[in-house]
Design a protein around this ligand. Structure first.
Ligand code: ATP
Ligand code: MG
Length: 1012
């Protein structure tokens, strides 16, 4: 009865989002029938084609109807191609439904980077319902139609979230608070399951919808109060569908289908999460479940090709729970959601590759149908067996090895495993008993039981919905648009207190970094429908429309509020809204963040052009994150402060500055957003790229959650996200050395400015660039290898020395100071010796570079490019200063300096300062001057030679000189060459022909002029 079939895969491309539009992103995805083509934005000739079961074009070709539903627009050229929610349901959801009726388990995954449209497909937004709600609606429609068939139907719904390898029951309001979440256990027949997961009876579409809403609200609570990053969570909605009917022989049969609908966490690759290269990447387990899923899929794909492979289901919670969906009794569908934009090319290709692997997997679904009586009997037998096994404590070594996933086990490991095994046995027995109990009740009984349990909750919800219409209230804003507006606080009393729940229960509880026990007070004039807010204490951070308040202020409809650093809310005053006819803009998370940023001096100005807009957007992303990190640091007394800093790509050593092909031109320098981590105790500072900081923040949040839950929260230094190894090399300064002299074969000895990461001059470097012959002998003035144009060097041998003599005036707080640089296509840094604790390190470093022959690309590089020499070192820690600061708390040390931007460098100043970037011109002028001098000298020499020739000719009483002789004088650079030219002139016969013209023939005159 088993049907083996491949995992079905569909790709869906969404429209541009606001960010992509703002950046003038380019469309790089095309679809034709079921093929998806994606073009590499940096190489238009590289297009990859992927073929799946379906390719859904949801990029354009639609219009919004009056209800807000996006439907195909027949007048648009892509109208026919446009895939709306119904089309996707009809292709994929319909099949799932049919499978459910036939008694097959089915699983649906949505995979893709954050914001790629996974939730849009799985759940949908508003009237644009996704697969889950439509499926539920259709299921109940069909059940209703079969009501009189004599069969009975049961639908159970569950919803869980996996965050940080913890399983959270989303239908259990206390689930979020349960430490460690639900246990995942293994049942001999059913496989892995989340022990204690609430499965509720639902008897209508409205029931399911209410449950979905409830689950989403619980996700929002977790995301808001537990400070979790929702896009790093996986959500699994489960629908268990049971049909009971008598067969022809009069025996009651039970047909069961389990539908798993999985909205996976954002699939950002490790490279783009900033975890790569960070020593904390292991600890970060960015998303252990997601990487295990990747491994499981790869292993299964190998198996399907006939290779042998171990499938590592046990490596993560997600893969355990989805074991059946992936490799067992299930029909499986995957939706790969991608962005249409060039800026997401890497992520989209990685998603498509993932999907390509998944489509090779084969699963074997069977119809789950048995006589009810047999099922009950088996449950009983199974429980007897379990009871017996438990009594005898009888478990084989193999079974233990299997549980542990390894062969060699120590005594203590065996004991622990036995304990776990016993707990599992107990849980399995309980699950069996519950199922047996279930069989004894009629469906009606179960539904009515469920209803009575829920009535209280439902009426509370109804009350809120009703009160929202007339009373002032707040709703939440969340980074994930699915979670915005899900939480509502009605302002009931004349005076309402907002605070975290640590000391006492406030009227409105908000938990998170920077929220105090009593944080803010709301005052309400009920009669006139007016509300005011004030801080409970002086250092409680409350922002109203982006401004920090210090006195009581009145709140108006649609005002944006921030409490602490992460609690973001919108105030609503329905009565006020009704009384004035103002038009209110819809408030989104981005809107509120942009407003806060604008107040700090960062405005998104799309007119500013692509790169600048991009920088501003990055700033808006990072600002609240830095605020949050500082709050957590303060609360956990981590003695660290974070600050945003803008750094030019040159300073980061990223650009060589050349117009040669294959290099990035340094003139397009928009600074990058980085975060400076300042260790307040020992004074060290480290610069983190934005991605690394955001990844660290994720770990900080995890630490904060553990602290909130009063778990053992602190970590050893090497795992602490707030720490950086003090032995890490930091950038002290940079020198940009233009190589143009080499392109003209001229030696350069210069003292160049060293600038630090902010663009301040911090010292000088003495260095030399000198052309030489292949043996390394430097050319001297007398060799005079100067060329009029670098072109002349193409195809010839070019050798030169690069020498870093010393640095002067460096800050002397560094040890192991050394320089590193790369030349041309070098893939590895060249480094100098290390020198410690001096302001004036003598490096005396020299290295010869040879290019035989020099290519045009190399000459272009020499002519227009530069070497970025980075001076790096370790920070020296003065123990006495540390001892002094040890007395202070983070809060005291941060006092008055909590801003996300350095106080000394106001952001916009910084921006301009860095925008100007050390003025690379300055250094190129040095070089140009050098070359001009050289050219000038050469011209002078030529004039002198001509003068000498004319004098000599006059001395000799000549009337004319041959072109040959003129040339010799013209090109003579050395004394020897001059002597040779003079000799030539002396030996030349005074031709009669010259006499007729005086002093030079017309012809020769012009040839000399031309030459000059
Ligand atoms: N097909 C579509 N048509 C219109 N808008 C879409 C579509 N797909 C996604 N969007 C929009 O793009 C945004 C991101 O989509 P969605 O929330 O589904 O992403 P996600 O992949 O679930 O992200 P996350 O990993 O953060 O949960 C939403 O604002 C959504 O409205
Ligand atoms: Mg989502």
């Amino acid at each position: 009865m088993a049907e083996e079939e491949n995992v079905k895969v569909a790709v869906r491309v969404r429209p541009f989002n606001k960010r992509e539009n703002g950046r003038n992103a380019k469309l790089i995805v095309k679809m034709q029938k079921n093929s998806t083509m994606i073009t590499n934005p940096s190489d238009a000739n590289e297009t990859k084609t992927f073929t799946f079961d379906h390719s859904y074009w949801s990029f354009d070709g639609c219009k919004e109807n009056k209800d807000g539903y996006f439907e195909p627009d027949p007048s648009h050229k892509h109208g026919k191609q446009f895939a709306d929610q119904n089309k996707v349901f009809n292709d994929l959801g319909r099949g799932i439904l049919d499978n459910a009726w036939a008694g097959f388990n089915t699983s649906l995954f949505a995979y893709g980077q954050t914001g790629s449209g996974k939730s849009w497909s799985v759940f949908g937004y508003g009237v644009n319902k996704g697969i889950v709600p439509i499926l539920a609606e259709e299921l109940f429609k069909e059940i209703d139609a079969k009501k009189d068939s004599g069969a009975t139907f049961e639908v159970k719904f569950s919803m869980l979230e996996i965050y940080n390898e913890n399983v959270r029951d989303l239908l259990d309001p206390n689930g979020a608070k349960k430490k460690g979440g639900l246990k995942v256990r293994q049942h001999p027949k059913r496989g892995f399951y989340a022990d204690g997961l609430k499965e509720v009876f639902v008897s209508s579409y409205d029931d399911i919808n209410a449950r979905l809403e409830e689950g989403t609200v619980n996700r929002t609570v977790a995301s808001t109060n537990m400070n979790a990053t929702s896009s790093r969570a996986h959500t699994i909605s489960g629908i268990r569908f049971v049909q009971r009917a008598k067969n022809d022989a009069g025996k009651e049969m039970e047909k069961k289908a389990l539908l798993n609908l999985v909205d996976l966490a954002g699939s950002e690759r490790v490279e783009s999460t900033g975890a790569q290269g960070d020593r904390l990447k292991e600890g970060a387990s960015i998303n252990q479940s997601l990487s295990s899923l990747g491994n499981v899929i790869s292993a299964l794909a190998k198996l399907s090709e006939g290779h042998s492979a171990r499938v590592p289901y046990r490596d993560s919670v997600l893969t355990k729970l989805l074991q059946n969906a992936l490799g067992g009794n299930s029909k499986t569908i995957m939706i790969a959601a991608i962005s249409p934009a060039d800026i997401n090319y890497d992520e989209s290709v990685s998603t498509l590759r993932y999907a390509d692997r998944a489509k090779q997997i084969k699963t074997k679904a069977i119809v789950n149908e048995d006589p009810t009586e047999k099922l009950i009997r088996e449950l009983k037998e199974e429980n007897d067996r379990l009871k017996h096994a438990m009594k005898s404590g009888d478990i084989s070594t193999e079974a233990l090895q299997d549980m542990a996933g390894k062969e060699v086990l120590s005594k203590s490991e065996i004991d622990a495993l036995k304990k776990e095994w016993l707990a599992e046995m107990k849980a399995n027995m309980k699950a069996n008993e519950k199922e047996a109990e279930d069989h004894k009740k009629t469906t009606e009984e179960k539904v009515s039981e469920q209803k009575s349990q829920d009535s209280e909750k439902e009426s509370a919800l109804q009350k809120v919905l009703e009160e929202k219409k007339s009373k002032p209230h707040f709703f939440n804003l969340n980074f994930d648009p699915q979670l915005s507006g899900r939480l509502v606080h009605i302002i009931q009393k004349s005076e309402t207190e907002i605070g975290n729940q640590k000391g006492k229960e406030s009227d409105i509880c908000m938990v998170g970094p920077g929220v105090h026990e009593t944080h803010a007070i709301l005052r309400q004039d009920k009669k006139h429908h007016r509300v005011w807010i004030k801080q409970a204490e002086k250092d409680c951070r409350v922002l109203v429309n982006g401004d920090a308040i210090t006195d009581e202020v009145e709140l108006f409809h649609n005002d944006r509020l921030v409490f602490g650093s992460t609690q973001l809310w919108v105030f609503q005053n329905p009565k006020e809204k009704d009384s004035d006819k103002k038009k209110y803009p819809p408030i989104t998370y981005e809107y509120a963040q942009e407003e806060i940023a604008a107040k700090a001096g960062v405005k998104v100005d799309s007119a500013g052009g692509g790169d600048v807009a991009l920088l501003q957007e990055d700033l808006i992303d990072v600002m609240p994150a830095v605020e949050e990190a500082n709050s957590i640091s303060e609360e956990l007394d981590k003695r660290v402060k974070f600050e945003i800093i803008l750094i030019s790509p040159q300073m980061l050593g990223k650009m060589q500055g050349t117009k040669a092909e294959g290099f990035t031109d340094m003139k397009s320098t928009v600074p990058e957003v980085c975060v400076k981590m300042k260790n307040l105790e020992n004074g060290t500072e480290f610069i983190w790229p934005k991605e690394k900081f955001l990844n660290r923040l994720y770990l900080m949040k995890e630490m904060y959650n553990n602290y909130e839950e009063e778990d053992d929260w602190d970590l050893p230094e090497e795992k602490d996200p707030f720490q950086e190894d003090v032995n890490t090399d930091v950038n002290i300064g940079t020198v940009q050395v233009f190589l143009q002299p080499i392109a003209y074969m001229v030696e350069m000895k210069e003292q160049l400015e060293i600038t630090d990461i902010k663009g301040n001059k911090i010292g000088v470097m003495n260095l030399e660039v000198a052309p030489c012959n292949k043996k390394g002998k430097e050319y001297t003035e007398t060799d005079d290898m100067f060329v009029d144009s670098p072109e002349e060097l193409v195809g010839k041998e070019v050798h030169f020395w690069f020498k870093i003599v010393n640095c002067r005036g460096l800050p002397n707080k560094y040890t192991d100071v050394h320089c590193k640089y790369r030349v041309y296509l070098d893939e590895q840094d060249i480094t100098t010796d290390k020198i410690s604790l001096t302001s004036n390190p003598d490096f005396n470093h020299k290295k010869m570079f040879s290019f035989t022959p020099a290519t045009r690309q190399l000459i272009d590089y020499l002519n227009t490019g530069s070497i970025m020499v980075q001076i790096v070192g370790k920070q020296f820690i003065r123990k006495s200063a540390v001892a002094q600061r040890k007395q202070l708390t983070t809060k005291e040390m941060l006092k008055g300096d909590r801003g996300a931007f350095s106080k000394t460098a106001n952001l916009m100043n910084g921006f301009q300062m860095n925008g100007r970037v050390v003025d690379p011109q300055k250094q190129s002028i040095v070089v140009e001057l050098l070359l001009m001098k050289k050219t000038q000298a050469r011209l002078q020499q030529r004039c002198d030679n001509m003068k000498k020739m004319l004098e000599k000719a006059e001395d000799l009483g000549r009337h004319g000189v041959s072109t040959r002789v003129i040339k010799s004088f013209f090109n003579a650079h050395t004394d020897e060459q001059i002597r040779a030219a003079v000799k030539q002139l002396e030996e030349e016969e005074d031709d009669e022909g010259y006499r007729s013209a005086s002093p030079l023939s017309q012809n020769q005159q012009s040839s000399v002029c031309n030459l000059l």
